[in-house]
Each structure stands twice: as structure tokens, then as C-alpha cells.
Ligand binder design. Structure first.
Ligand code: ADP
Ligand code: TRP
Length: 319
């Protein structure tokens, strides 16, 4: 089974990215051949700053390796090192109905937030389909917001197969339901574009300050509290084992335990959880040649698969 997922290097990764996508994707490296890539072509739809894009691409590579991606098992690469996907994007484009793209929530949301619509942003799901189909992926682990794009991929693949013959494998989407939406410090979905995120490798002081700013209700300190609807508790659960969760829930319910103390507990737990990742990241940062060699090896592997698929697709359409 081939598992594939990508992430855009469009900013620092946050814990929503980690629990929604990175951790499940890394866990799947045990179950099949995992292809994980840094979607720098996709990032170009919004990042127009070469040093920034390069830096962010490198950061994502370090982040994935620090968080447990095993380069002996999984394949890590930069999307732009597999240029076959851009040619495949064109072959898919010609069978993609406009309406299919016009219906995509992520495009509509971006328009609603005032991003000016370039063609790349509109065609973004077709490039994503090419990533997935070029590598003959069976399973695509993503956060819930990306589910529609995988469905679009299936539609495009089916249309192509019906028109030109059975070239593509239809992928399934895999979503971690338990942590499908990680809340941000304002209680909305955590997203770098809402500036409500907690960075995975953020500065200690800054991260603590952001945790202390998490929005809570105004239940007084002495009153019993419901852990259920509380963002602090929802975030704590991600980092804590069952016993720790039960203990914090009991403190909430007992009363006399304020949100300030809960935030403190969250920060301490989160910081301790991420410590081994930070340690590993520092080691990797000190050895760029090693990281580069992993990315090159990954690209060679992905390219071999993509080139084969592209050759079959070119042949099928008559090129
Ligand atoms: P952002 O919203 O910060 O721009 P992206 O859209 O780049 O994040 O998401 C990258 C990956 O992380 C996707 O698979 C996405 O579904 C997942 N993801 C992002 N934010 C969250 C969240 N708050 N909860 C769960 N998964 C998330
Ligand atoms: N669009 C995805 C995101 O923003 C990133 C991505 C690009 C991707 N190509 C992909 C994810 C292929 C899964 C499979 O998160």
C-alpha cells in the first residue's frame, strides 16, 4: 500500500498541522510505503518571496524528521524535485470540469477572506490530484479540510480513466477523527492564517504567552468547570495520557481551579511532550548535508514512480 501526503511550506508548522496531518502520516509509515512531500509548488500560490519559500521548505523537512519521520521507511521529498507532477497537472486539467473546482470550499474560503484569485489558487486541486495520482497513492491522510480535495482527485481520475483508459489508481482519504480539528487559541480551527496557532517549534516565552491568551468563558475561579467545552482542556488532551486527562478533568469539576492554572498545566505538558522533538531538530539543523541527502534520495524514488505514470498517461492521450 502506498500512503501519500503533502504539506505546504507557507509558514511555521503548528500543533494543528502536527495532530491533524503529520502525526497520522508518520504513524502510517509502519503500514506501507509512505511518501511525504513538501508542497512548494502549492505554496507559490500565496508565497512570492524566494528566500522565505526556500527557508520554509527547509524548515518543513527538519520538522518532519524531528517529529519522527523515519527516512529508512518513508520517502521525503520536495514537490519541485518531481517536475513530472506539473506536466501531469496539464493532462488532468483538460478533463477537469470548471464546476468541480468552483465548488471547492478551500478556494471559496480564500476568496471570502479577500485573497485575490490567481489561476494557481483556482487550479490548486488539480496539482494536488497530480501529486496523488502520479505516485499511485492508495491512501491520503489529511485533516478534514482537505477531504474534498481528495474527492476531487477521485473524480478527476475517474473521468480520465473513463476517457483514456485505466491509468490511475483511485485513492482513499484517511482522517484522524479524534483530533480532526485542533482548536486555536481563540477556539476556532487552528490555522496560521487566523493567527490563532501554537507553533510546533516556537520560542518558549512566546508560546507560553500565547497559551495564556487562550480564550475561556468567565466562570469564576472557585466555581466547578466543565472540561467539555474548554479549549484549554481540548488542547491538553492532545498531549496527555488518559490518567493525566482524568486528573485535570477532576480538577476542573472540583472548582477552586482557575483557567490560569489550567493554561499553566497545558503549557508545561505541551512543552515536555515536544522536548524530544526539539532535541532531534537541533541535531538535524547541525547536519544540513544529511538532510539534503534524504531529500535527494526521496525525490529519486518518487520521480521513478511519477515518470512511469506520466509516460503511461502521455501514451494514453496520444502524445
Ligand atoms: P493552515 O490552516 O494553518 O494554513 P494548512 O491548510 O497548510 O494549515 O494545513 C496543512 C495540513 O494540516 C492539512 O492536512 C490540514 O488539514 C492539517 N491541519 C491544519 N490545521 C489543522 C487543524 N486545526 N486541525 C487539524 N488539522 C489541521
Ligand atoms: N493541499 C494540501 C494542504 O494544504 C497539501 C497537499 C498538496 C497535499 N498536495 C497534496 C496533501 C497531496 C495530500 C496529498 O494541506
Amino acid at each position: 500500500m502506498r500512503i501519500l501526503s503533502g504539506i505546504q511550506p507557507s509558514g511555521k508548522l503548528h500543533i494543528g498541522n502536527y495532530f491533524g496531518m503529520m502525526q497520522p502520516a508518520i504513524a502510517l509509515q509502519e503500514q506501507g510505503e509512505a511518501f511525504l512531500f513538501i508542497a512548494n509548488y502549492h505554496a507559490l500560490t500565496t508565497v512570492w518571496d524566494a528566500p522565505r519559500l526556500r527557508r520554509a521548505t527547509w524548515d518543513v523537512a527538519l520538522d518532519f524528521l524531528a517529529c519522527g519521520l523515519d527516512p529508512e521507511r518513508a520517502v521525503l521529498y520536495r514537490q519541485s524535485d518531481v517536475p513530472e507532477v506539473t506536466e501531469l497537472t496539464w493532462l488532468l486539467s483538460v478533463v477537469t470540469p470548471m464546476g468541480l473546482l468552483e465548488r471547492c470550499h478551500s478556494y471559496k474560503d480564500k476568496l471570502a477572506r479577500g485573497l485575490s484569485a490567481n489561476h494557481g489558487l483556482f487550479a490548486y486541486p488539480v496539482l494536488m490530484a497530480a501529486d496523488i495520482l502520479a505516485c499511485r497513492s492508495n491512501l491520503v491522510p489529511v485533516g478534514r479540510d482537505q477531504k474534498q480535495h481528495v474527492e476531487v482527485t477521485r473524480d478527476i481520475a475517474a473521468k480520465f480513466n473513463n476517457t483514456f483508459g485505466e491509468i490511475f489508481t483511485l485513492p482513499d482519504v484517511s482522517i484522524m477523527e479524534s483530533v480532526a480539528v485542533v482548536p486555536g487559541i481563540d477556539g476556532q480551527k487552528m490555522s496560521k492564517s487566523y493567527d490563532n496557532h501554537l507553533e510546533l517549534f516556537g520560542d518558549e516565552k512566546e508560546t507560553r504567552a500565547r497559551v495564556m491568551r487562550i480564550v475561556t468563558d468567565s466562570t469564576p475561579l472557585e466555581a466547578p468547570k466543565d472540561p467539555g467545552g474548554c479549549t484549554v482542556f481540548a488542547l491538553y488532551r492532545l498531549f496527555a495520557d488518559e490518567a493525566e486527562q482524568a486528573e485535570l478533568a477532576a480538577r476542573y469539576r472540583a472548582g477552586g481551579f482557575g483557567y490560569g492554572a489550567a493554561k499553566q498545566a497545558l503549557f508545561e505538558r505541551m512543552w515536555a511532550y515536544l522536548e524530544p522533538f526539539r532535541q532531534r531538530r537541533r541535531e538535524l539543523e547541525a547536519d544540513p548535508d544529511y538532510v539534503e541527502s534524504i531529500l535527494r534520495r526521496g525525490a529519486a524514488r518518487a520521480r521513478a514512480v511519477a515518470a512511469e505514470t506520466l509516460a503511461a498517461a502521455r501514451e494514453a492521450v496520444g502524445l
